[in-house]
Design a protein. Structure first.
Length: 281
């Protein structure tokens, strides 16, 4: 596939799912990086910090093309609009550039991410809030870091086994998080966020959920929480954290879903802090 002057690799359909996921995020991340080196401008989506670039679209188009050729029976869902109904009961969830604001402004803290989920529904026929994820892959191109893991393969970072930071209380570990400044003016989000944030030993806010979750899985960060995550921001990291021996949860407070990851004790304590605040009618 050629995008402008950048040529990405045609992948082999005989690759297993983990090999395919690894190759897809590597190629998508390298494609985005090459396009940024050639010069990019961002387009505003919902706010000044929520932007999209031509690299996001090109990387997603590449992954979409490869998946349609290599896994024609699977569904596909992408942040930038890719949507393909499958017949296999499985769907690939694509985030071509996670941390686009960082990416556009020259930071290295961005990645390409992908997950493979099972197409579960609740009894009412509606999608579940936290679907079963089979595997995840996250690639941070400028640091050449590839996190990979899933239900039948323990998590690795660049092929080496990882196992988180241990089962420690939140008060003894760092918590990575993100909340848009506008939400800090809304008590529905600000109150639970504050309750969870003050329980941690230290806070980190870097602007890429998947990069954060990879670091929770490898132990660089202790735990993580954020509200209202779309599947492409949550499922790749969820798979890797769980395959590294960690835990995850989704809790609902004042109509907002909060996504939590870390060791079992940290997840339990963060969930309790989030739900400790007054509930609005």
């Amino acid at each position: 596939m050629t995008t402008g002057r950048h040529t990405a690799t045609e992948l082999d359909p005989s690759l297993d799912d983990y090999q395919l996921a690894s190759a897809l995020v590597r190629e998508a991340g390298q494609l985005a990086l090459l396009m940024r080196m050639g010069g990019l401008q961002g387009e505003r989506k919902t706010s000044v910090s929520d932007v999209v670039t031509a690299a996001d679209h090109a990387a997603e188009a590449y992954v979409l093309e490869q998946l349609r050729r290599c896994r024609p029976d699977d569904g596909i869902l992408g942040e930038e609009g890719a949507s393909v109904a499958g017949t296999s009961g499985r769907t690939w969830v694509i985030d071509p550039v996670d941390g686009t604001y960082n990416f556009l402004h020259g930071s290295t803290y961005w990645c390409s991410a992908i997950a493979l989920k099972r197409d579960d529904s609740d009894h009412g026929g509606k999608p579940v809030a936290d679907p079963e994820v089979l595997l995840g892959a996250i690639y941070q191109p400028e640091l050449d870091k590839l996190w990979l893991g899933g239900q039948d393969r323990p998590s690795t970072l660049n092929g080496e086994s990882i196992s988180g930071s241990g089962d420690l209380p939140v008060s003894q570990i760092s918590a990575a998080t993100y909340i848009h400044p506008t939400w800090l003016a809304d008590p529905r989000a600000a109150m639970p966020w504050h309750a969870a944030a003050v329980s941690a030993a230290s806070l980190r806010m870097f602007g890429s959920g998947s990069c954060d979750l990879g670091r929770v899985a490898d132990g660089e960060l202790g735990c993580w929480f954020q509200h209202s995550c779309p599947e492409w921001d949550w499922l790749p990291g969820k798979a890797i954290v769980r395959a590294a021996g960690g835990d995850t949860a989704v809790v609902t407070v004042n109509g907002l879903n909060w996504f939590v990851a870390g060791g079992p004790t940290a997840v339990r304590e963060l969930s309790a802090a989030l739900t400790s605040v007054p509930q609005f009618a």
